[in-house]
Design a protein around this ligand. Structure first.
Ligand code: CA
Length: 410
């Protein structure tokens, strides 16, 4: 979608309710309330994650004992690290090597995850069962596709793009990860050129932006941008695995640069959400033209009666900023969570109607006054959490439905 209607009709809940009335024909049957803690963990790439710990790779007299223990732990789809490499338990209950971790990643609980500072010492408490590493970052296989085209809701195929292989974090940045960032603030502000996209010239931090980053006391206060919906707390609380919100574009950029990553380009973000050339309507759409959406797939604004159903309960509260990755059925083609809804996510590009052309790993870096956010949020209706939908806001804007997801080198 492009043109003025995709500009940020920004959503007081009241406005969202009014819009939802207009979109009544698009509302689907509601599912029963969801028990977030009971979801997932038993299908697909899920399963129990087990770190084999110190016993892995021991030789000699311990070997037999280890093999007995391994057999006991090896339930199909379970994962572990062995000698620093991920292993997956087969249906025949045999540990199978998954290949070494590459690209600056390390094996934690059976997954290759970036060695980035935001998860240093954090418990693996994200994902469908609350046991996955919050810094999990899934590889995206690059290719060619049409930006914002899904053959159903938006049918303008005029904006092709090529995207190289990259890594996109599986989850939105959590409060817990942002707390690590704040612990070093402001000493960890980005240096000039930091956080650059390796294939996009002049995409790193510009020292002219240094003044956009505040001191710690000011930033701590600013993170509390909405008394009802802010997720930040000055001491660890119940929101540690909810998405951080109330973030400006500059802070999003600074976080990802510090965390050994970068902001994704709009083309990359859209590519991951659309399943690349599959051109999915929603991240989970299979077939790609399926317009099915329900509260088991995403946290979004259902309708004027139920409003926010992210937590399985009608009405909107901070609990509708759901624990990242809680809704396993909503995962995208490469396993990313919450690409539709929860918080909308800053990307690198400036917003302009249409798209930068041509686009071979492109980003719109010509200033237009506003940056792009993608994915919609828990206070947007289904049409606004489509993979094709764009929002925009000035770089300094801070909203309770703005959040962060970082990209990285593969
Ligand atoms: Ca999101």
């Amino acid at each position: 979608m492009r043109g003025s209607t995709q500009r940020p009709i920004l959503p007081a809940v009241v406005a969202a309710a009014l819009l939802s009335l207009q979109m009544a024909a698009c509302i689907f049957t509601l599912e029963p309330p969801i028990d977030l803690q009971a979801q997932g963990g038993s299908s697909g790439t899920g399963g129990v994650s087990i770190d084999s710990g110190a016993s892995a790779g021991q030789a000699g007299a311990d070997a037999d004992a280890d093999s007995v223990a391994d057999a006991a732990y090896c339930t199909p789809n379970a994962k572990r690290c062995d000698g620093g490499q991920p292993q997956l338990c087969s249906q025949a209950q045999t540990w199978v090597d998954q290949g070494p971790c590459t690209g600056g990643t390390t094996c934690i609980q059976g997954d290759c995850v970036p060695q980035n500072p935001s998860c240093d010492g954090l418990p693996a408490a994200c994902g469908p069962a609350g046991k996955s590493h919050c810094c999990a970052s899934a590889a995206v296989v690059g290719g060619s596709y049409q930006r914002s085209y899904d053959a159903v809701t938006y049918t303008d195929g005029s904006f092709p793009a090529d995207v190289a292989d990259f890594r996109l974090d599986t989850y939105e940045v959590t409060v817990g990860r942002f707390r690590k960032f704040m612990a070093g603030w402001p000493g960890n502000k980005p240096q000039a050129g930091a956080g650059a996209h390796p294939l996009v010239a002049a995409s790193g931090w510009d020292s002219a932006w240094d003044g956009k980053l505040s001191d710690q006391a000011t930033l701590l206060a600013a993170l509390k941008c909405d008394t009802t919906y802010e997720t930040w707390t000055n001491t660890p609380g119940d929101n540690e695995t909810r998405p951080i919100n109330c973030i400006t574009w500059y802070e999003a950029f600074a976080f990802c640069a510090w965390d050994k990553g970068r902001l994704p380009t709009e083309a990359e973000w859209n590519y991951a959400a659309a399943g690349g050339a599959e051109q999915r309507v929603y991240p989970w759409s299979e077939p790609s033209t399926s317009t099915a959406i329900d509260p088991q797939h995403a946290s979004y604004f259902v309708d004027a009666t139920d409003m926010c159903m992210g937590d399985g309960t009608p009405g909107c509260t901070v609990a509708d900023l759901i624990f990242v990755g809680a809704k396993q059925p909503g995962q995208g083609k490469w396993g990313h969570a919450d690409l539709a809804g929860n918080v909308m996510e800053w990307v690198l590009d400036f917003y302009k109607p249409g798209y930068k052309m041509p686009c071979n790993n492109c980003a719109e870096l010509v200033a237009t006054g506003e940056r792009v956010l993608r994915g919609g949020s828990y206070v947007q209706e289904p049409p606004n959490v489509l993979t094709s939908f764009r929002f925009s806001g000035t770089s300094e804007l801070r909203r309770y439905y703005y959040g962060i997801r970082c990209a990285r080198a593969l």
